[in-house]
Design a protein around this ligand. Structure first.
Ligand code: ATP
Ligand code: MG
Length: 413
């Protein structure tokens, strides 16, 4: 788990602001759910036999003996909350979220135990149109941020019947090659064979390449659905690659799945993953409803923004107000407050902690401020302040205190 230090906050805030503006402009509304949920929620939604539930959750018993977990992802929580608040019954919803997730993974670049995700979840829409919207939204996000080199991969898992059929074929195929399966895959063979295709083990890749292809198990309806998606993507100018091996780590997907991947981050190259997850709402106790969504890894996006030099410059102080003499402290605060009333966007730091004039000036300089406003004893007596330019060759100006508010904007020009 990592700290986000002040030096990195501007890029984080930029990312958050852009995401919020973008999703809201597509009509998505924010939802915030608690960071802890009953452990059973994740077992029921993500599935017992996933890495996440098997070995990555931070779970603990609370004082009542209930097993709770820090959320490893947010989709299950959004569905739980939506059901509880009656948002999912025979309705369409476009929702978005942002927040920290927790997985006990092996930490490495782009992989942390606490990480942030942006997400979007939609409910009540069965077609490829909403899947295309989610993809277009993400594409626009990369464009707005100026990010290069993020490519789209898509695949169809087909309806749940297709999945069943494919699952059978896959189990037969892998059974025939049982000896070549790694330990994880042997375990998954009966419980969650599709996940074997998702294996990152290099020794398994040959076997996976030769496995039956999902495409051959798709029924007519599933094929139509997928063609409709690729049609919209073609017509809106989004390029994509169809990746037959893309099955996504989580159990609840059907029909369309997609990932946005980049070569520029090394091994942890997926910045966004999503797809359709009809069935989850019912699985969590609601009336069946269509659902599709995605989530994005914020640390990976931050690191791309920094690498591609797209991180905004940190805001620096505009004005540093310093004073001399005990009597000037209250007057300085009073002046500062009236400036803040008039100029809410200004970054104005009022010196605190006394100190010699020289050391106050050093702090003013270090703050990055363009100007220092000086309230010395002489100025206090005369009802004025001195304005000193810290970065430009300009004369110091003497101003009547009552006029500082009206003149400051032009002094900063
Ligand atoms: P990966 O294949 O990288 O493990 P995943 O399939 O587990 O990803 P999802 O659960 O779909 O990931 O989460 C969506 C996105 O969240 C990922 O594409 C990635 O950008 C990010 N993400 C997932 N796990 C982590 C992590 N431990 N640290 C940082 N980001 C993560
Ligand atoms: Mg993972």
């Amino acid at each position: 788990m990592h700290d986000i230090l002040p030096v990195d906050m501007p890029v984080w805030n930029h990312l958050e602001d852009e995401y919020r503006m973008l999703v809201e402009s597509y009509g998505y509304r924010q939802i915030r759910t608690p960071i802890v949920e009953k452990s059973a929620l994740f077992a029921r939604s993500i599935g017992e036999v996933t890495d996440i539930v098997e070995k990555e959750m931070y779970s603990f018993d609370d004082r009542n003996g209930d097993s709770l977990s820090l959320r490893p992802e947010n989709t299950a929580s959004v569905v739980r909350a939506g059901l509880q608040a009656g948002l999912l019954h025979d309705q369409q919803q476009r929702l978005w979220y942002y927040g920290p997730m927790f997985r006990h993974e092996r930490p490495q670049k782009g992989r942390y135990r606490q990480f942030y995700q942006f997400g979007a979840e939609t409910f009540g829409m069965s077609g490829a149109d909403i899947e295309a919207e989610l993809i277009l939204l993400a594409a626009r996000f990369w464009k707005r941020l100026g990010l290069q080199d993020i490519d789209l991969q898509i695949n169809s898992l087909g309806s749940s019947e297709c999945r069943q059929k494919f699952r059978k074929q896959l189990v037969e195929y892998f059974r025939d090659h049982h000896a070549s399966l790694d330990e994880d895959s042997q375990r998954r063979l009966e419980s969650n064979p599709l996940r074997i295709l998702d294996s990152k083990n290099p020794d398994m890749q040959g076997l996976i390449e030769a496995a039956p292809a999902l495409r051959d198990s798709l029924d007519a309806h599933s094929t139509d659905h997928f063609n409709e998606l690729t049609d919209i993507l073609d017509q809106t100018g989004v390029s994509y690659e169809i990746n037959q091996r893309l099955v996504r780590g989580l159990d609840y997907y059907c029909h369309t799945v997609f990932e946005w991947v980049t070569e520029s981050l090394g091994a942890q190259g997926t910045v966004c993953g999503g797809g359709r997850y009809d069935g989850l709402v019912e699985q969590l106790g609601g009336k069946a409803n269509f659902a599709a969504g995605f989530s994005m890894g914020c640390e990976r996006l931050v690191s791309m923004l920094i690498d591609q030099q797209l991180a905004p410059a940190p805001a620096s102080c505009d004005v540093y107000l310093l004073m001399r003499g005990d009597n000037s402290v209250a007057r300085a605060q009073q002046l500062a407050e009236s400036i803040r009333d008039a100029m809410p966007g200004l970054i104005l730091v009022v010196h605190a902690g006394a100190g010699s004039f020289k050391s106050q000036m050093r702090k003013a300089d270090k703050s990055g401020a363009r100007i220092a406003i000086i309230l010395g004893e002489a100025e206090l007596a005369a009802g004025t302040v001195a304005v000193k330019y810290l970065r430009e060759q300009r004369d110091q100006v003497e101003i009547v205190q009552d006029e500082i508010v009206s003149r400051l904007a032009s002094l900063l020009k």
